[in-house]
Design a protein around this ligand. Structure first.
Ligand code: NAP
Length: 261
């Protein structure tokens, strides 16, 4: 019997990670899903196994903790048929940099940067040897647009986008493709977890919200084509086009700065 392809997904207990898990199971992937909340992972694993008949392993890990990062890293290194790695776990701590506890920012660097870097480093040698594999690093449209009250978030996501682009240049000649998925505002548990106030959320126009399913579908379609930087939704691609124009871009950046005060 042929062995199924295996995908490991971080941050799979909710939102985009959970949806990635469901969509990949529907494509026949066996899964390793990880996040901190074991009860959620168990529930999702049970539901996916019942619906799609694939194998789902769970691994509870806090990716802001060094020992837990190393546990997941080891799992990646020792999973022989790992063909897809999705570094999706993430969170925001909204607020001015000088008002945020520095440990929260360090945790964010661990989850967004250190975990992603270590997991790519653990996955790539095997993928390159097999000449097959995909890595999706979930970045953000915030990686292109600096905003106040999002300093570390924007900076860590900018790292992820640049990291993915460079890595893709190195690994795609070996048959391994790396994607930076850069969504805009998407309906998940993300904003509730970050404790954004209702007032802050009400300032985001309705047309700026993306449907999580559309984001995942665009990402997987782009993966099938080997595309590297993926900004889901025409409206966000248009916004980025405007931001990159010298005069209009600086006007838009100034208005973003004023609105976030
Ligand atoms: N939603 C948006 O508007 C938006 C926009 C652009 C980019 N993104 C990015 O998309 C990714 C997924 O976010 P989402 O929107 O799906 O949010 P979500 O619904 O809040 O899910 C976040 C996931 O990350 C996990 N996670 C958070 N902190 C963790 C930690 N310390 N260790 C391990 N896992 C952790 C959470 O699981 P546990 O709590 O169980 O650990 C959860 O499974 C993130 O990287 C986010 O930055 C989101």
């Amino acid at each position: 019997m042929p062995i199924n392809q295996t995908a490991l997904i971080t941050g799979a207990s909710a939102g985009l990670g959970q949806l990635f898990a469901e969509k990949l199971a529907a494509r026949g992937y066996d899964l390793i899903i990880t996040a901190r909340r074991q009860d959620r992972l168990d529930e999702i694993a049970k539901q996916i196994t019942e619906t799609h008949g694939v194998k789902v392993d769970t691994l509870s890990a806090d990716l802001s903790a060094y020992d837990d990062i190393r546990t997941v890293e080891e799992k990646i290194r020792t999973t022989e048929n790992l063909t897809l790695l999705i570094n999706n776990a993430g969170f925001a701590v909204p607020g001015y940099f000088h008002e945020i506890n520095v440990h929260d920012n360090i945790d964010m660097c661990r989850v967004h940067i250190e975990a992603t870097m270590r997991f790519c480093s653990a996955a790539l040698p095997g993928m390159i040897e097999r000449k097959q594999g995909n890595i999706i690093n979930v970045s953000s449209v915030a990686s292109f647009i600096p905003v106040p009250k999002g300093t570390t978030y924007c900076a860590t996501k900018a790292y992820l986008t640049m990291f993915s682009e460079c890595l893709n240049m190195e690994s795609s000649p070996h048959g391994v493709h790396v994607q930076a998925l850069c969504p805009g505002f998407t309906r998940t548990e993300f904003h509730k977890a970050a404790e954004y106030s209702d007032e802050e959320l009400s300032q985001i126009p309705g047309w700026m919200w993306l449907d999580a399913e559309d984001v995942i579908n665009e990402s997987l379609r782009a993966m099938d084509k080997g595309k590297c930087v993926v900004v889901p939704g025409k409206r966000y691609r248009f916004i980025l086009f405007l931001f990159r124009l010298p005069v209009i871009g600086s006007i838009l950046k100034n208005s973003t700065r004023k609105r976030r005060r």
